[in-house]
Design a protein around this ligand. Structure first.
Ligand SMILES: NC(=O)C1=CN([C@@H]2O[C@H](COP(=O)(O)OP(=O)(O)OC[C@H]3O[C@@H](n4cnc5c(N)ncnc54)[C@H](O)[C@@H]3O)[C@@H](O)[C@H]2O)C=CC1
Ligand SMILES: CC(C)CC(=O)C(=O)O
Ligand SMILES: [Mg+2]
Length: 366
């Protein structure tokens, strides 16, 4: 029997295209005896809806919960704009995050040296950039109730989303951020909107309380709108940024562009360690979506997906050396000048998804 189980959910659009490249990589690490992964595959999002009229089947939710790690591509697309709201593709993702209770979303934004020119910011602003956004993933306004649209008559409607946080949810994500800061540059920025939101007031109070247990870590408060501005003004002032579900979603897309492209940003979503086994539920996915504008053309950048798999090696399986090797292979192909369209500079020749995946695998084999 294989030592570790992976459940693959490619999803929709470019999700399916980039997952193929990760599968090739896993086939190689397994064949070399570097890993011993068993693989199972399921459907999520529009692909599940087309097959079963649900965003994800109960069977696939059970498999996701049982796996040592879930590797997820991306879901969504205009094809499913008119499906019932609770079966829209994104519902699969939110349900999996909630049911796996993977509350801690690590979104590292690293600017690879060869890509300093690919960012929309000046080289000196992003060269050497290494920041980590720690996003709360299972609470806040994406999940809060009530969540309704009410018909008021006279052509008027009222839409309500509810932002809710409880102390324990803020406390546990803050501890993840402080613990990670200790392995980095000992600095945490906590971003909220305490000037206008009660949830922000509680967020700040709890984060400051947790900060007392980490006197060696510098804690800075920042309003989330200013955080967005500072990320593009002087991004290197940040080390770890902890924030809620909505602000983390937005701020991590901003951070992505500092690295050259949304196609570069991986993520890990982790649950609390099991009190008996110490194992965490874990969910790995690129930060980007299903990119309907380029889906089906074979031109998506697979790096965020492959780097998400590297995060699985690091965080779920403690295979640090192999994770380092995968990341070094990514860095090496970029240094060789290989580029997908999203990270190409100066009308440089570009390669497709498959060629980029193959080039990374070839570097790994060296
Ligand atoms: N985790 C997930 O499954 C997510 C799903 N979505 C869904 O994806 C769909 C499309 O959303 P968008 O707002 O367009 O966001 P998106 O992230 O799919 O695309 C935004 C832009 O970035 C480009 N891009 C993204 N990933 C890329 C890659 N790997 N290589 C090259 N270019 C890349 C796209 O071509 C597009 O121009 C929607 O249905 C949305 O709900 C959005 C974000 C996350
Ligand atoms: C369905 C969305 C919440 C996905 C997204 O944009 C994200 O998690 O970054
Ligand atoms: Mg997002």
């Amino acid at each position: 029997m294989a030592t570790h189980s992976l459940f693959l959910l490619p999803g929709d659009g470019i999700g399916t295209e980039i997952m193929v490249e990760v599968e090739k990589l896993i086939a190689w690490t397994n064949s070399e005896g570097l890993t011993d992964f068993s693989l199972d595959r399921g459907l999520a999002g529009g692909s599940a809806y087309d097959a079963h009229q649900v965003a994800i089947t109960e069977e696939d939710v059970v498999k996701a919960k049982a796996a040592d790690a879930v590797i997820f591509g991306a879901v969504g697309g205009p094809k499913w704009d008119d499906v019932p709201y609770d079966q829209r593709p994104e519902a699969a993702l939110l349900r999996l995050r909630k049911e796996l209770a993977v509350f801690a979303n690590l979104r590292p934004a690293i600017c690879y040296p060869a890509l300093a020119e690919a960012s929309s910011l000046k080289r000196e602003l992003v060269e050497g950039l290494d920041i980590l956004i720690v996003r709360e993933l299972t609470g806040g306004v994406y999940f809060g109730e009530p969540k309704t649209i009410t018909d008021l008559g006279d052509g008027q409607k009222r839409a309500v989303d509810t932002q809710v946080y409880e102390t324990y949810e803020i406390d546990r994500i803050a501890r993840v951020a402080f613990d990670l800061a200790r392995t980095r540059r000992n600095k945490v920025h906590s971003a909220d909107k305490k000037n206008v939101m009660k949830s922000g007031v509680l967020w700040d109070e709890v984060v400051k309380g947790v900060g007392k247990d980490y006197p060696d870590v510098e804690l800075h408060h920042i309003l989330a709108d200013n955080a967005a501005m500072q990320l593009v003004r002087t991004p290197k002032q940040f080390d770890v940024m902890v924030t809620d579900n909505l602000f983390g979603d937005i701020l991590s897309d901003v951070a992505a562009m500092l690295t050259g492209s949304l196609g570069m940003l991986p993520s890990a979503a982790l649950g609390a360690p099991d009190p008996v086994t110490g194992k965490r539920k874990a969910f790995y996915e690129p930060v980007h979506g299903s990119a309907p504008d380029i889906a089906g053309q074979g031109i998506a950048n697979p790096i965020a997906m492959i780097a998400s798999f590297a995060m699985a090696l690091r965080y779920s399986f403690n295979m640090i050396e192999l994770a380092d090797r995968v990341e070094a292979a990514i860095s090496a192909v970029l240094s060789d000048g290989l580029r997908t369209g999203d990270i190409a500079q100066d009308n440089r020749k570009t390669i497709g998804t498959e060629e980029m995946g193959a080039a990374i695998l070839a570097k790994l084999k060296q």
